[in-house]
Each structure stands twice: as structure tokens, then as C-alpha cells.
Design a protein around this ligand. Structure first.
Ligand SMILES: Cc1cc2nc3c(=O)[nH]c(=O)nc-3n(C[C@H](O)[C@H](O)[C@H](O)COP(=O)(O)OP(=O)(O)OC[C@H]3O[C@@H](n4cnc5c(N)ncnc54)[C@H](O)[C@@H]3O)c2cc1C
Length: 327
């Protein structure tokens, strides 16, 4: 079948899973169309401009273990986008410093992690501010009124489930989307100068309010005096309607755990409703033979859901679709 003969594969969601899926399909000659309801691509990899510079308010860093993902990261690195950040974070508890924790190399991006999603998309256009509301197969496969040769829902299970019918063949796919996600409030705080007792970042153990703090200036390499604090899921649930209301708890945790007493000169909060999968699927993607696939970080048979698992899931689903529709 020639590319001109068929409707495109419609990819809903331009996070890293959707971007990697689009890139792999386009690389195999399959026509794609990508839409996202947000104002720009990236999803949970988000680096908005705050107080004059990009700040990573979603994913903090990424790790690399898969050889295919490693090749992509090498490409990002040689084009000056990705950079190795650190293999060591500090660990703090209620009584202060506990330990240095060495782990895998954590990678970050000179212009914010969101730039990597744009790099992965290459020249593939994303129609932003475009929300899909329903996938159906009444008169051929369609997303709302747009025909598609296949559909990719590259997003967390609760968001994908909302787009699928409750009954009929696609209802079975919907029924398999059973991974719950935990919320996180990310609070960005800026000071006139750097003044905290850790380098790069710190895990916080046994605190009901905060779980991780990243030094955004160390992460970016510009030494800006900016921290990004991730709440626990329970604090985010407490402040479901008003993330700014978590600020008092976040500031008291910074004071008690790290001894940071000086009030921040500026701050901003963002609540991620579906931040992190609470568990994972045992497969790389979901699929229904009508031509509907689901991808994302929760499709993670090995290790914990993360940026790498989103990339792997989108790529594996793309290969499956290209084989399915005969490319
Ligand atoms: C606070 C936080 C910290 C994190 N820390 C790390 C970390 O340190 N390391 C790491 O590896 N990972 C981390 N992650 C996880 C990482 O961000 C995700 O694994 C990855 O970004 C998931 O990508 P995705 O493409 O699967 O989903 P998403 O990024 O969620 O993309 C889904 C996209 O679908 C779009 N969408 C949804 N519904 C519709 C619709 N109806 N119509 C159109 N578009 C729609 C959304 O707008 C979104 O752009 C973190 C995440 C958060 C939130």
C-alpha cells in the first residue's frame, strides 16, 4: 500500500512516548498526524520559562540503560542538548543529612528537558491545543471525526481510558487500562543567592510533605539559585484544588530538613494529577486489533516507569503498527 492511499496514523499525545512513536513511524515511511491538548509538546517533561530562565517542573532527569535509547541520547548529547549531570544525590531525613547515594548517571538538558521531546519530534508537526474526545470504529477507525489507519493514545491510563468506549471491542482495551497514577506538586523557589546544604539534589526520607529536591542551577549548569521541590503524593492529594496552599508545608519542610530559613524571593507551584504510575504494565504497549494502541511510561515490563520507558513504549508500538498496516 502506498502512503498516499491511506489515512495517517493519528497519535494523540506529544509527550516522549508520542514523540518517539511518531518519529519511528515516520522513519518507516508511515504517514503520521500528531495532536496534543496542551499548548506545546512535552507532556510531563515540562520546562517553562520562569523568572527569566527555563525550569524543569516535571521530570527531573533521566537515566539510560537500553541500547536503543542510548543511541538517541548520544545524538542529543552530540548536538549539545543532553548532558550528563550527576550520579550522586544526598539523602536527608527528619534530622538532616543521612548519606550520599551513588546511583546511575542522571542526564539532563542544557535548555530544559522539554527540548529533548522537540528534538525527538524532529520536523514532525504537532497540532497543539487540540483535544481528542473519543475514539470509535462505527464507520472505520476515527478519532472524533478524523479518520485514521491506526490510533495511538500516548498518555497515562486514566486519560486514555476516557477516550475509549465502555462497551464493545474497544471496551476490552479500556478495561485493561488499570494502572493508577500518583499526583505530585512541584514547587519552584528562587533566592538571591545559593544557600542550601546539598549539591545537585536530595532525596528526603520519612517526610510526609516532600520527597525530592533538585538544584535547578546545578542541573542546568548556570548555577541559578533555584530549587524545584517535589511533594509527596499525600501532600498533593491534600491540596488537590489549590497547589499554592501546599507552600506553607513545603517551606516548613525546607526549614526543618535543610535549615533553609530565608524566605524565597519568588515561587511558583504546579500540580501534576497523573505524575507517576503507582505500578506498571507487564508489556511494552497495549493493542487492539482494530488498530488502537496505548503507549506511555507505565508500559514498563522492566524497572520503574520513567522517561526511558516512555521512549521504549512509543518506539515498540510504532514498530508493531508499521508491521500491522504493512510497511
Ligand atoms: C513531577 C514529576 C517528576 C518526574 N521525575 C522523573 C525523573 O526524574 N526521571 C524520569 O525518568 N521520569 C520522571 N518523571 C516521569 C516522566 O515525566 C514520564 O515518564 C514521561 O514524561 C512520560 O511521558 P508519556 O509520553 O508517557 O506521557 P505524558 O508526558 O504524560 O504525555 C501525554 C500527553 O498526552 C496529552 N493528552 C492527554 N490527553 C489528551 C487528549 N484527550 N487529547 C490530546 N492530548 C492529550 C497530554 O497533554 C500530554 O502531552 C516525572 C514526572 C513528574 C510529573
Amino acid at each position: 500500500m502506498s502512503a498516499a492511499d491511506q489515512a495517517p496514523v493519528l497519535i494523540v499525545g506529544a509527550g516522549l512516548a508520542g514523540a518517539s512513536c511518531a518519529r519511528r513511524l515516520a522513519g518507516r515511511g508511515v504517514p503520521v498526524r500528531v495532536i496534543d491538548r496542551a499548548g506545546e509538546p512535552g507532556g510531563r517533561i515540562a520546562s517553562p520559562q520562569l523568572n527569566g530562565r527555563r525550569v524543569d517542573i516535571g521530570a527531573s532527569y533521566f537515566t539510560v540503560s537500553d541500547p536503543g535509547f542510548e543511541r538517541v541520547v548520544s545524538r542529543w548529547q552530540s548536538s549539545g542538548l543532553a548532558r550528563a549531570w550527576t550520579d550522586t544525590f544526598d539523602v536527608f531525613g527528619p534530622q538532616g543529612f543521612l548519606d550520599h547515594s551513588k546511583g546511575p548517571m542522571r542526564w539532563t538538558a542544557a535548555h530544559g528537558l522539554q527540548s529533548l521531546v522537540s528534538a525527538e519530534l524532529g520536523g514532525i508537526e504537532v497540532r497543539v491545543a487540540s483535544e481528542a474526545t473519543a475514539v470509535h470504529d462505527r464507520d472505520g477507525l476515527q478519532v472524533d471525526a478524523a479518520p485514521a489507519s491506526a490510533v495511538v493514545l500516548a498518555m497515562p491510563d486514566p486519560q486514555a481510558a476516557r477516550l475509549l468506549p465502555a462497551v464493545g471491542p474497544l471496551g476490552r482495551l479500556r478495561g485493561s487500562l488499570n494502572v493508577d497514577f500518583d499526583p505530585v506538586i512541584a514547587t519552584v523557589l528562587g533566592w538571591p543567592e545559593r544557600n542550601w546544604p546539598f549539591t545537585d539534589g536530595a532525596f528526603v526520607n520519612d517526610d510526609e510533605r516532600i520527597s525530592f529536591v533538585a538544584d535547578d542551577g546545578a542541573r542546568r549548569g548556570d548555577r541559578a539559585p533555584v530549587l524545584v521541590v517535589h511533594s509527596t503524593a499525600s501532600l498533593a492529594r491534600t491540596h488537590a484544588d489549590d497547589p499554592e496552599a501546599a507552600l506553607a508545608d513545603v517551606c516548613s519542610a525546607l526549614r526543618e530538613v535543610f535549615g533553609i530559613r530565608q524566605a524565597a524571593s519568588w515561587r511558583q507551584s504546579h500540580r501534576w494529577e497523573t505524575a507517576k504510575p503507582a505500578e506498571a504494565h507487564a508489556r511494552l504497549f497495549g493493542w487492539h486489533e482494530l488498530g488502537v494502541g496505548v503507549a506511555g511510561d507505565a508500559w514498563c515490563p522492566q524497572g520503574r516507569p520513567r522517561m526511558e520507558s516512555a521512549w521504549l513504549s512509543g518506539t515498540a508500538l510504532a514498530d508493531h503498527i508499521a508491521d500491522h498496516i504493512g510497511y
